[in-house]
Design a protein around this ligand. Structure first.
Ligand code: SF4
Ligand code: SF4
Length: 275
């Protein structure tokens, strides 16, 4: 309901070349399947210990380094505390899954490719093509970290890009995402020149990018988009940090990063006033 117009099936493609400190989908950063562990659901029954062929579960908890992702523990877990995240799927298999939801799409809905960074996988283009062939609307949620060839192939196959501009300050972008800003803006320009319909989606993080200079630069980017669909400011939420614990990392959530409702309203006011 939130990844493009109408009711959509969102396909989360695992793997991302960035590692944003506020990542809302940390389980999609690694390109490989992995086991999610929801500690609060564990009742200590020990089924996973017996099911694991390599002794990855034990008194000391879950040793991810031993895990070979066979998923036996997730199948044996009675509470859903363990879950397999990610699978190798063909374009045809994904399309078949999306087709099951077709009755819900109506005139506006369809398939959204998200992630991770969907355009980091070249096969994303084949999936977009397959959706087009069967008349499914296509949306791509991207930060633009893609090679030119993939991007230019994706543009004519994509009804709408949800373009994730994380920051407009070069130093901050590199510091918080691990990647330089310039290639992202270059990709945005390439897609724009190729006629892409683009909706900007920008995270708002208190104390990081809640300054007027950033709002001005965002408005400038928006004004230069020829086929502009709008801009959404997305307030940071600390649950992103909790999700990091599901893949075995520390809780990286920061309450001080959550913008107030007034900050979000002000940012919207300033940016929309400049469009
Ligand atoms: S996925 Fe397989 S190898 Fe990994 S912890 Fe579970 S049972 Fe063990
Ligand atoms: S099988 Fe599930 S509920 Fe039982 S100990 Fe393992 S993780 Fe906890």
């Amino acid at each position: 309901m939130h990844d493009g117009p109408g009711v959509r099936t969102t396909v989360f493609l695992k793997g991302c070349p960035l590692h944003c400190e506020w990542c809302h989908n940390p389980e999609t950063q690694s390109p490989d399947p992995e086991i999610l562990f929801y500690k609060n659901k564990c009742i200590g029954c020990g089924n996973c210990v017996n099911a694991c062929p390599v002794g990855a579960h034990g008194a000391d908890g879950f040793d991810r380094k031993r895990c070979v992702i066979c998923a036996s523990c997730a199948e044996a877990c009675p509470t859903g505390a363990l879950e397999l995240c990610g699978a190798d799927m063909t374009v045809g298999e994904i399309l078949k899954t999306a087709e099951r939801d077709r009755a819900f799409y109506g005139d506006a809905g369809g398939v959204t490719l998200s992630g991770g960074e969907p355009l980091a996988q070249k096969n994303a283009v084949a999936l977009l093509e397959a959706c087009r062939d069967v008349g499914l609307s296509t949306v791509v949620d991207t930060c633009g970290y893609a090679d030119r060839e993939t991007l230019l192939s994706a543009v004519p196959l994509t009804d709408l890009f949800l373009w994730d501009v994380k920051d407009t300050d070069e130093d901050r972008h590199e510091k918080y995402t691990g990647a330089p800003l310039e290639p992202m803006i270059e990709s945005l320009n390439i897609a724009n020149e190729a006629g892409a319909r683009i909706r900007l989606r920008c995270i708002l993080i208190n104390g990081v990018n809640t300054d007027e200079e950033h709002y001005g630069r965002l408005a400038n980017i928006a004004r230069n988009i020829k086929n502009f669909d709008g801009i959404d400011l997305i307030p940071y939420h600390a649950y992103a940090g909790t999700k990091a614990t599901f893949v075995g990392r520390n809780d990286s959530g920061r309450a001080d990063w959550i913008p107030t409702a007034e900050q979000v309203a002000r940012a919207n006011r300033i940016i929309r006033g400049l469009l």
